[in-house]
Design a protein around this ligand. Structure first.
Ligand code: SF4
Length: 491
């Protein structure tokens, strides 16, 4: 059995102030940080074994059982079992069952998201990473990302401290350098602070980092956006995440919209913003490897890519989500467990309060949902078609037992003729051979397509053959409509 990668997401729900567009879970009461940190550490200690064991033990549900849970959408599962004490956990290295040792689950990435993780002192980040190392091991980890805001990285020493704590990649919430837009978004930092923080990141010699940009703001002109992007590019960032502003109900902007105090830019204007962004970033060598993510070759996000490729992840902290995939020894999925922790810091602190608490199920106190292989395959299509790598039909068949219907193949052909999908290309290899010959990390989409073999001249004649694999991949025009096209494909 091949090694099973998984990742850890830590939610840090503290922010200096509320940005006007934000609907993430966070609070501004920083005095809860110490109690939150202790709860987090206890959660990491107590959930590790049960999460890792579940990655390697055998099927959780049959397809038919999982299908039954499809609707109603959630099957609530609450499990409890007695385990060693917290102190024992702290002093004992993680041990796995013989089955677990055979399949070698390993931690591939850690991500601190929020909220604003840079509200935590570097020493706290270090302590959290030490705990993760003790219970999961950091030796195989390729990336430790931390989201940070410029108003927290106000000195070179502050950035160096994070690097020394073990963070390998910073994700900077800059959004814009335009003072009016920063004010409109109610960001806590100034343009000057954003510039300084990027200088510090370069001086601290972070090999990789990413910067967030928001376009499509009401009243924002193309010229303003161009100035913003060129300012971003003056640091030669290896990665940029660019998002269109979305106005959610319940946010400050949502309320302003409801009261008629704000007018959203129309879709055509937002599309022009997106196209300008894509063009300028491409000119700077940042390729669009996911709808909203652009990177220099070799700087694609490991952690986020693992979500798009459907890897298990342990979500820790209030409001965090997790996913545990269950597979047979030959790698075929039998289902998955998804859970979400209550978005309530106080409840989270209370839940993990007892110092003598026992080892716990990682879903302790949360609501869970069981997903069938079919649901997972559809998710994989939704996420994979947002990426420039696309999705192999062979992977859908081998991993999820999912085969495209004639109706779906006809839809793909129609969308291909309209320029939204690349031609279906028949690999001529069995999918196992294809996996061995085409590791995802090698080469960009062009190279992959070239190596996939001859592009079919008449894709309507291409049928899904269990012995071959076809690459489903959106064109640039298709990527702009990725979610709609995929939903139509699945309808
Ligand atoms: S810093 Fe991030 S999480 Fe906090 S309010 Fe602003 S957008 Fe939301």
């Amino acid at each position: 059995m091949s090694p099973v990668p998984y990742s850890i997401y830590i939610h840090v729900p503290f922010c200096r102030q509320a940005c006007s567009y934000c609907d993430f879970y966070f609070i501004t009461r920083q005095e809860l940080i110490p109690a939150y940190t202790e709860a987090l550490i206890r959660d990491i200690r107590s959930s590790a074994d049960t999460f890792v064991d579940g990655l390697t033990l055998q099927p959780m549900c049959s397809e038919s059982a999982a299908e039954k849970s499809r609707n109603p959408s959630t099957q609530k599962v609450r499990e409890r079992r007695p385990h060693p004490s917290d102190q024992q956990l702290e002093n004992t290295p993680v041990s796995h069952t013989p089955e677990a040792q055979l399949s070698k689950p390993y931690l591939s990435s850690v991500y601190f998201g929020g909220g604003t993780p840079s509200r935590l002192p570097a020493r706290t980040i270090e302590r959290i990473l030490e705990t993760i190392h003790r219970h999961h091991g950091l030796d195989s980890v390729q990336e430790i990302t931390m989201e940070a805001n410029p108003d927290d990285l106000t000195s070179l020493q502050a950035v160096r401290d994070l690097k020394n704590a073990g963070v390998t990649r910073l994700s900077m919430g800059v959004q814009s350098f335009n003072p009016d837009l920063l004010q409109f978004m109610n960001r806590a930092h100034s343009a000057r602070q954003a510039e300084q923080s990027l200088d510090f990141i370069q001086q601290a010699d972070f090999k990789t980092y990413t910067v967030d940009l928001i376009y499509g703001n009401p009243g924002q002109t193309l010229r303003q956006l161009e100035t913003d992007i060129k300012t971003f590019l003056s640091w030669n960032p290896p990665h940029i995440s660019a998002y269109a502003l979305t106005i959610e109900p319940g946010t400050r902007l949502g309320k302003a919209l409801q009261l008629g105090r704000l007018t959203e830019p129309d879709d055509h204007e937002v599309a022009r913003h997106m196209q300008l962004t894509v063009n300028l970033l491409a000119d700077a060598g940042l390729h669009r490897y996911e709808v909203s993510n652009f990177a220099l070759p070799g700087h694609e996000a490991v952690h986020n890519s693992s979500y798009w490729n459907h890897t298990s992840y342990l979500g820790i902290g209030p409001g965090a989500h997790g996913l545990q995939l269950r597979s047979t020894p030959d790698g075929r999925l039998t289902g998955a467990l998804r859970w979400s922790n209550p978005a309530d810091v106080r409840a989270y602190i209370q839940m993990h309060k007892e110092k003598t608490s026992t080892r716990r199920e990682f879903t302790h106190g949360t609501e869970t949902e069981i997903l069938s292989p079919t649901q997972l395959a559809e998710e994989r299509l939704l996420m994979g078609l947002r990426t420039s790598d696309g999705v192999q039909t062979g992977e859908l068949l081998e991993r999820y037992g999912y085969q495209l219907s004639e109706k779906q193949l006809r839809y793909l052909e129609k969308m291909r003729s309209e320029g939204y999908f690349h031609p279906l290309s028949d690999t001529k290899f069995t999918t196992r051979e294809a996996e061995q010959r085409l590791p995802a990390a090698e080469g960009g989409p062009a190279e992959v397509e070239q190596r996939l073999g001859e592009v079919a001249d008449n894709p309507s004649e291409v049928k899904q053959d269990p012995e071959s694999s076809q690459l489903l991949r959106l064109t640039d025009a298709g990527l702009a409509l990725a979610d709609r096209l995929t939903l139509e494909l699945l309808s």
